[in-house]
Design a protein around this ligand. Structure first.
Ligand code: COA
Length: 427
């Protein structure tokens, strides 16, 4: 017998179907609620709203589980590459050897940027944030490349173009911001190796790609590749539902990611750690400030809407951070501050009661610093990593027959009616 929930309004009963996910999540299907009852569901910020059925990513915030297409994040971080994981997310299966070779060839073929696009960079003010530049440049891609007509037919090439060019764009933005000559991608390197090469190669000191750093970058991007219905992914689904072109849709995701409560948190963590160091702040005072209701300061890199235990990605990135720093004999004073901050917060009753644990952003910035990525590029690094997730979610949304244009409703609380007052009569 199929289960349903019963809603009683003014003594009248309404049956609403129950939906069960494969991992035991339960939902009440309210798609017919307004039609049947005249009521809508009220859920600001959508914390209790399932906006879609999805087969891409599973996360369990209580148990600290994250899986892409069923594969635990720990296994992917250990054995996979970013390119392989990207394929997994979008196509739903790991590529075979032939497919992987083909993807890597295409990633190289599609890695160049139209020379006209280069001139755009010169016109941004020198202080422009790289996220603003990236969002604008990705949107501009639509002026240079065709829109997807048939998703299954042209998605591969469009996706590979996006993932390949975004990497070139990011490295180019960095070079131009430093006033250095841009470096073209080289077919000799892997996806991650090529990014490092474009970032750090220069005519005076040639850059040698270190396999440990390359691995760290792969892990960083794998960990960021998808996270189900987060703020930027929801933005991608919403914008995509209006049938905006894929470049504009991804550009919307990049803009949403920029916020300090979302992807911008990795940059904020380093800013916070630097402040603690430079101003010689006491850790106990920082924790006190984060707990103070009258102060809007929050411990950046702590807390999560879904994870109510240690973020599984934070565990992996913390190990990676230890490895990279010790292998390269880097003594980053910010790591000691982060460790002390974490220890103090985790033993504090405020953080314990609210289940606030480190999220991925707490240690990811330290890994990026060790790689040599400047702080203002951190969120761009996150965006490159999240790209396959956005594309996978956009594809799923576009092919789902139940999805219509996103259009939430509201509860109006303003004036009932008021007359227009001519300007001269206004108080
Ligand atoms: N420092 C101090 N207090 C925090 C906190 C933090 N980092 N994160 C959450 N809290 C407190 C809130 O003040 C709130 O307290 P209250 O119940 O007394 O009002 C409670 O914990 C719940 O937080 P809330 O803002 O409702 O959770 P959310 O699900 O809306 O927000 C985040 C989640 C991630 C936006 C939030 O934890 C945060 O701002 N973290 C810092 C930014 C960050 O690291 N973002 C990256 C996420 S991957």
């Amino acid at each position: 017998m199929s289960k349903y929930a019963v809603l009683v309004i003014d003594g009248k009963e309404y049956k609403l179907p129950i939906i069960n996910g494969v991992e035991g999540e339960k939902a009440i299907d309210i798609t017919s609620l307004r039609k049947k009852t005249g009521y809508i569901a009220f859920d600001p910020s959508f914390a209790n709203t399932g906006s879609c059925k999805s087969s891409i990513t599973y996360m369990n915030g209580e148990k600290g589980i994250l899986r892409y297409r069923g594969i635990p994040i720990e296994q992917l971080a250990k054995h996979s590459s970013f390119v392989e994981t990207a394929y997994l997310l979008i196509k739903g299966k790991l590529p075979n050897n032939e497919e992987l070779i083909r993807i890597n060839v295409l990633l190289n073929d599609l890695s160049m940027l139209h020379e006209d696009m280069k001139t755009f960079y010169q016109n941004f003010p020198s202080k422009a944030h790289p996220m603003g530049i990236l969002s604008a440049m990705v949107n501009a891609l639509r002026s240079f490349y065709p829109e997807i007509v048939d998703i299954e037919e042209s998605l591969d090439r469009t996706f590979l173009r996006l993932i390949s060019k975004v990497r070139t764009m990011a490295a180019m933005a960095y070079k131009i911001s430093r006033g250095h000559a841009t470096i073209y991608p080289s077919p000799d390197y892997s996806y991650c190796g090529n990014f490092l090469y474009m970032m750090f190669e220069n005519p005076v000191i040639p850059y040698k790609v270190d396999p440990d750093i390359e691995k760290a970058l792969n892990v960083f991007w794998i960990l960021h590749a998808d996270h189900e219905q987060n703020c930027s992914t929801a933005a991608v689904r919403v914008v995509g539902s209006g049938k905006a072109n894929i470049y504009a849709t991804i550009s919307a995701g990049i803009s949403a990611l920029w916020g300090p409560l979302h992807g911008g948190a990795n940059q904020e963590v380093i800013t916070m750690l630097k402040k603690i160091k430079n101003q010689n702040l006491k850790i106990s005072d920082v924790i006190k400030k984060a707990k103070d209701k009258n102060n809007n300061f929050r411990l950046m890199g702590f807390g999560h809407r879904v994870y109510k235990t240690y973020d599984p990605r934070a565990k992996i990135i913390k190990q990676m951070c230890d490895l990279i720093l010790s292998k390269n004999k880097i003594n980053d004073p910010l790591l000691d501050i982060a460790l002390e901050l974490e220890e103090t917060a985790l033993s504090d009753s405020y953080f314990q009661a609210k289940n606030l644990y480190p999220n991925i952003d707490f240690y990811s910035g330290l890994v990026l610093r060790a790689i040599g990525i400047p702080t203002n590029m951190f969120t761009v690094m996150f965006a490159i990593g999240r790209l396959p997730g956005w594309v996978a979610q956009w594809r799923e949304n576009s092919l789902d027959p139940d999805i219509r244009i996103s259009r939430p409703r509201q509860i109006y609380m303003g004036n009932s009616t008021s007359d227009y007052i001519p300007i001269k009569e206004r108080p």
